[in-house]
Write a protein that binds this ligand. Structure first.
Ligand code: AHR
Length: 320
């Protein structure tokens, strides 16, 4: 029997080794690397949103580069540039305000990195600067708050409004939706309107100022663009010797646990849900975008409206 020449044997051995190594690599696909720039931790909603995003990334084995911008657009822009430098596969972010993103979005596009917007929208002249957005319909949320207040007050209310972060999509859109509802109810008018920046501390401060104004006793209702500002305002109302939820009817947006507790205590009247737990839907989109699959231009989040009559039954089911 002929023996196999040495050179041929060594070639066969190397080929087998190479095949085995590539098979091994084929079994361990490269981790998806995602850069996420979060607005901050301004509200209970935001914290729940961050938790949902981090938990889902961990569950899927995604390498998440997470940056907290402490509510500053310049910090978000810095984070986005650092994601370009790190060569991430996909960039996702929740823009603190709507405008001012074009230059950095162009840089991201030039680097060939797809962008997915989470929660809030941007205003850009070129729609190809991002692939898709997942988020709530903020106009509808404002409309629901206004319609609920109209039903509760029989269409008669002198309203103080705590506005969200100036220039942010939820502040602009919730105001628009609320005012649409008011337009159908001539007996309802906004007499005070100021930003509380979506935080409890500023919501309290602004409400204190509202209550010190000479016409303060005319106020019969409060519309807060989020629950945190409403909870701050409730403190201010109590400190002014009034009964929140009774002397002043309060409707806000988000549906965080604290809002349900306040409703059960009779201090808040209604919260319009804005669901922060969008991690699973967000990463479904991101994975499709990374794989070059087609995705819808906008993905909406399903939400409800809860008032004081449903609060006690719903409270045990609230997960944020
Ligand atoms: O963009 C969603 C809004 O941002 C939430 O209503 C608010 O609580 C948060 O800070």
């Amino acid at each position: 029997m002929h023996s196999i020449p040495r050179r041929l044997l060594s070639l066969v051995t190397s080929a087998l080794a190479l095949a085995a190594t590539s098979a091994l690599f084929a079994q361990t696909p490269k981790k998806l690397v995602v850069g996420f720039s979060q607005i901050g931790a301004e509200s209970g909603w935001r914290t729940a949103n961050t938790d949902s995003i981090k938990a889902e990334a961990a569950k899927r084995g995604i390498d998440l580069k997470f940056a907290d911008a402490q509510q500053k657009q310049e910090n978000q822009i810095k984070a986005l540039r650092s994601f370009i430098a790190q060569g991430v596969d996909v960039i996702a972010f929740s823009p603190v305000v709507e405008t001012g993103w074009e230059p950095v979005l162009r840089e991201i596009k030039a680097a060939g990195i797809p962008v997915v917007l989470s929660d809030r929208a941007v205003k850009v002249s070129d729609p190809s600067l991002f692939v898709t957005i997942i988020g709530s319909d903020f106009v509808e949320e404002g409309r629901r708050a206004g319609e609920w207040l109209a039903r509760k007050t029989g269409g008669k209310a002198v309203i103080a409004e705590l506005v969200g972060t100036p220039g942010s999509a939820p502040a602009i859109d919730r105001k628009k939706g609320f005012e649409e509802a008011l337009a159908k109810n001539p007996g309802m008018k906004i007499v005070k309107s100021q930003s509380g920046n979506f935080t409890r501390a500023e919501g309290k401060q602004v409400m204190e100022a509202f209550l010190k104004a000479p016409d303060a006793k005319d106020i019969t209702a409060l519309f807060a663009h989020n629950d945190d500002m409403a909870l701050g305002a409730i403190q201010a109302i109590e400190e002014a010797g009034l009964k929140p939820g009774k002397d002043i009817v309060i409707v806000s947006i988000d549906g965080v646990k604290g809002a349900f507790e306040a409703m059960v205590a009779g201090k808040l009247n209604c919260t319009v849900e804005c669901n922060p737990q969008i991690g699973p839907q967000l990463f479904d989109l991101i994975e499709k975008v990374a794989a070059g699959q087609k995705v819808p231009a906008r993905v909406a989040v399903k939400e409800g409206v809860f008032d004081e009559t449903q609060a006690a039954a719903e409270l045990p089911h609230r997960t944020y």
